[in-house]
Design a protein around this ligand. Structure first.
Ligand SMILES: [Zn+2]
Ligand SMILES: [Zn+2]
Length: 457
């Protein structure tokens, strides 16, 4: 049984907490420590710390912090998950807490591209170290060891390399033997820029933020600043040339970014967002003169016109009013699509190249009130489908899609079943006529077994 365990400090790395335990346990080897804490031999990772569940289980008799708090406060999880979609976030969580999805994570994040940006040695701030040393508790900071972070935000000091390799095999605590003064020449020149990078990086670890839809912001800003071609494609050549002259090659190499890797990440914008390392997002945001936070989202001018947009559901009380704020951009098969969603549940998309023609939109979902009214038009009023299309201003494809989906409020009586079975049997000649289509949709929704027997599906 574990008899003691260090209480984490503010901004302390999970690796550091384990290293302080290792130090005070007087275990001769790291593997003894990892056996005690995780019941296996492993390398305690600085960036993607794993097996959090085993650790917090081991410490449960201390009423130690929960695995969720440990994950979000003392590991780089918030930083690495900020730009991931919901499913990828959950996968990463499982990876770090339960040591699952190893292959998936390697592929999803292109983890080697991420790792290439790590520091070679754990970093520390000499002033933080001095202050903590006085109290006899120096520790490795989370915010000092994120990729591309080279200054301490508290002291505005350039961070120094310690003697402890990043993701190394040994578990080493911060102390007088492991920190060293070293050359920081050259970095001072870039201090202001480095401070900006550190500030934006810190925002990502401090809050569990969701920038999974950042492509909408990028595309909107890039469009406004002339980085989108007439075809709708992002002009990556122009973006690249302005980006590298904004930062200069020396600065980028200090951050371990080569021209090739920048080009590579740039071509992935909108397509493979999970594979773009957070440091690249940070540099792009700074280049675009934005910062993480509300200001990123304020821009009302979009490539699809000005926010708000119209709701196109004729039954919505916002119909044709410009009241719709929920919009995002998706890039699919080199098509740029604007996706617009109203509170009523109606959602549609427009192709960038056709966005000027107002009628050119594709319905994604219609919402419940639309469906109730639609049902009434089809089965109560019994209007021809062609007219219903026109009236609702949607395509026949949308009408068909909605017709063959279950209506949760639909009540099925015996006489209905007989009525529609009769219809199908006796209207076959009228195949493709409206009443046959309506009856067919009805039996497929409500009388599927019979429809099967009749070879209707
Ligand atoms: Zn400091
Ligand atoms: Zn609406």
């Amino acid at each position: 049984m574990i008899t003691f365990f260090p209480t984490p400090y503010e901004d302390e790395l999970a690796y550091s907490i384990v290293s302080r335990y290792h130090k005070w346990s007087y275990n001769i080897t790291g593997s003894l420590t990892t056996q005690e804490l995780f019941e296996k031999n492993l390398i305690v990772k600085v960036d993607f710390f794993q097996n959090i569940h085993s650790l917090t289980e081991k410490l449960s008799h201390f009423s130690y912090i929960t695995e969720d708090v440990f994950l979000k406060k003392f590991t780089m999880y918030n930083y690495y998950s900020a730009f991931l979609d919901f499913i990828s976030k959950e996968r990463l969580k499982d990876y770090m807490i339960h040591n699952k999805n190893n292959l998936h994570i390697n592929h999803m994040l292109e983890i080697n591209e991420y790792k290439a940006l790590n520091h070679n040695y754990l970093k520390f701030c000499p002033q933080c170290y001095e202050e903590e040393h006085v109290n006899n508790v120096p520790y490795w900071h989370l915010s000092h060891n994120l990729p591309g972070v080279l200054v301490c935000l508290k002291h505005h000091q350039i961070l120094l390399d310690s003697l402890v390799p990043f993701n190394g095999k040994k578990i080493v605590a911060a102390d007088i033997y492991t920190v060293k003064e070293n050359n920081k020449e050259g970095l001072v020149f870039y201090k202001e820029l480095l401070l900006e990078v550190a500030k934006e990086s810190k925002k990502l670890i401090d809050n569990e933020v969701d920038y999974s839809n950042i492509i909408t912001n990028y595309y909107t800003i890039l469009h406004k600043n002339g980085y989108v071609r007439n075809s709708g494609e992002i002009n990556t050549e122009k973006l690249f040339s302005h980006f590298i002259s904004h930062y200069d090659s020396k600065f980028l190499s200090i951050l371990k970014l080569s021209f090739d890797s920048i080009k590579y990440h740039m071509t992935k914008i909108g397509y493979f967002n999970t594979q773009i390392p957070p440091l690249f997002h940070i540099l792009l945001i700074i280049f675009l003169n934005k910062t993480f936070g509300d200001t990123l989202f304020i821009d009302k001018k979009t490539p699809f016109g000005n926010i708000p947009f119209k709701c196109l559901n004729i039954y919505c009380n916002q119909y044709s009013n410009k009241a719709l704020n929920n919009y995002k951009i998706e890039i699919q098969n080199s098509k740029v699509l604007g996706v617009f969603t109203c509170k009523c549940g109606f959602s549609y998309k427009k192709d960038y190249n056709k966005s000027l023609e107002n009628s050119n939109y594709e319905v994604i979902s219609v919402g419940e009130s639309w469906r109730e009214n639609f049902y009434h038009l089809v089965y109560v009023k019994d209007f021809p489908l062609k007219y219903i299309c026109k009236y609702l201003n949607v395509t026949m494809r949308t009408v068909y899609n909605e017709l063959f989906r279950a209506f949760p409020f639909e009540k099925v009586s015996k006489s209905d079943i007989e009525k529609y079975r009769y219809h199908i049997k006796h209207n076959k000649k009228l195949f493709k006529c409206d009443s046959y289509t309506k009856a067919l949709a009805w039996v497929l929704r409500n009388d599927l077994k019979w429809a099967h027997e009749q070879g209707l599906c």
